[in-house]
Design a protein around this ligand. Structure first.
Ligand code: NDP
Length: 291
C-alpha cells in the first residue's frame, strides 16, 4: 500500500490528496461496505454530503474501521435548503450527529445559490468552535465566485477549497487561474468523468496506460494529481476501489501531461451558471423529507 500524499490548504491544514467519494451509494449497507473497504485499502479521506443521505453509514464505517479518528479526513456538505443562519447551525449539528463525530474536517457550501453569507457565517463560527477544521465552497464558477467575493463574503475567511466538476474533458482553466490567485485548492468532483465511456476509450489514455501497465482510471487520476487537484473517485467495486488509489508509484512525463491537457473541451456535464439550476437541485434532493 503506497502512502497517499497530502496537500496543504490555505488555512494550514493538510488534506490527503486522494480520497473516496460516496455520491449515489445508498444508505442500505452499501455505503458502509464501500467505505470500510476503502479504509482497509488505505484511503484516509471520505467525501460525503447531507444530500447523499449516507452520512450515518460513513460514520459507522469509520468507527468500525478502528483507525484513529485523526488519521481520517472527512468532508461533508451543507445542502441548499439550510443556508439561513439558524438552519445552517442546526444542519452542522445534524451532520456531526449522523457521522458520530466530534468534528468534521471539511464542510462545504454544496451549491452556490441563496443565502450564502448566512451559511458562511454559521460555518465560520463552527470552525472557530473547532466543530469544523476547514471550510469551503462547491460548484462556484468564475462568475459566481467573483460575485460573492466582490460582495465581501470571503473577507473574513477565504474558502480552503472549491469542489467543482473536473476531468480531462473539462479542465476548468479559467477557474483554476482564479483559484490559484486566491490560494484556494481545487477539488475535482467526477474525476473519472463519472465513468464516461468515451473518456475511457481515448486512444491517448490507452497508449499511456499500456506504457505504465496501469488502467485508464489510474492514468486519469494520476494526471489530475500531478495538476495539483484533489480527487475522490467513487466505486462500489472492490477491484476499482483498490486500483483507483494505486497511482503513486509512477509519474507522467511533461509531454504526456501536455497530451492529456489537449483533451480539454472546456465544457462539462453541469453548468452552475445556467438559469433554473437552483430550482432543479431543490426539486432533486429534499433533505428534510423525513423530518
Ligand atoms: P466519478 O468520476 O468518481 O465516477 C464514478 C463512476 O465511475 C461510477 O459509475 C463508477 O462505477 C465508475 N468507476 C469508478 N472507478 C472506475 C474505474 N477504475 N474504471 C471505470 N469506471 C470506474 O464520479 P462521482 O460523481 O462519483 O464523483 C466523485 C465524487 O465527487 C462523488 O462520489 C462525490 O463525493 C463528489 N461529487 C460532488 C459533487 C458536488 O456537487 N460537489 C457532484 C458529484 C460528485 P462503479 O461504482 O460501478 O465502480
Amino acid at each position: 500500500m503506497e502512502k497517499i500524499p497530502v496537500f496543504q490548504l490555505n488555512d494550514g491544514n493538510s488534506i490527503p490528496s486522494l480520497g473516496f467519494g460516496v455520491f449515489q451509494i445508498p444508505n442500505d449497507g452499501a455505503t458502509y461496505k464501500a467505505v470500510l473497504t476503502a479504509l482497509r485499502m488505505g484511503y484516509r479521506h471520505i467525501d460525503t454530503a447531507v444530500a447523499y443521505f449516507n452520512e450515518e453509514e460513513v460514520g459507522q464505517a469509520i468507527k468500525d474501521s478502528g483507525i484513529p479518528r485523526e488519521q481520517i479526513w472527512v468532508t461533508s456538505k451543507l445542502w441548499l435548503q439550510d443556508y439561513a443562519y439558524e438552519d445552517a447551525k442546526k444542519a452542522i449539528e445534524t451532520s456531526l450527529t449522523k457521522l458520530g463525530l466530534d468534528y468534521i474536517d471539511l464542510y462545504l457550501i454544496h451549491q452556490p445559490y441563496g443565502q450564502l453569507t448566512e451559511a458562511w457565517t454559521a460555518m465560520r463560527e463552527a470552525k472557530e468552535a473547532d466543530k469544523i477544521k476547514s471550510i469551503g465552497v462547491s460548484n462556484m464558477t468564475p462568475k459566481i465566485w467573483k460575485k460573492w467575493q466582490q460582495q465581501g463574503m470571503f473577507d473574513e475567511v477565504m474558502p480552503s477549497v472549491n469542489q467543482v466538476e473536473y476531468n480531462p474533458y473539462f479542465q476548468q482553466m479559467e477557474l483554476r487561474k482564479l483559484m490559484a490567485e486566491n490560494h484556494v485548492t481545487l477539488e475535482a468532483w467526477g474525476p473519472l468523468g463519472q465513468g464516461n465511456v468515451e473518456l475511457f476509450n481515448e486512444p491517448l489514455l490507452q497508449k499511456i496506460a499500456s506504457k505504465y501497465h496501469k488502467n485508464i482510471g489510474q492514468i486519469i487520476l494520476r494526471f489530475e494529481h500531478q495538476e495539483g487537484i484533489i480527487v475522490f473517485p467513487k466505486s462500489v467495486h472492490e477491484e476499482r476501489i483498490k486500483s483507483n488509489q494505486a497511482i503513486f508509484d509512477f509519474e507522467l512525463t511533461s509531454d504526456e501531461m501536455d497530451g492529456i491537457r489537449s483533451l480539454d473541451r472546456g465544457q462539462g456535464s453541469h453548468n452552475p451558471d445556467a438559469p433554473g439550476v437552483q430550482e432543479m437541485l431543490l426539486n432533486a434532493f429534499d433533505v428534510h423529507a423525513n423530518d
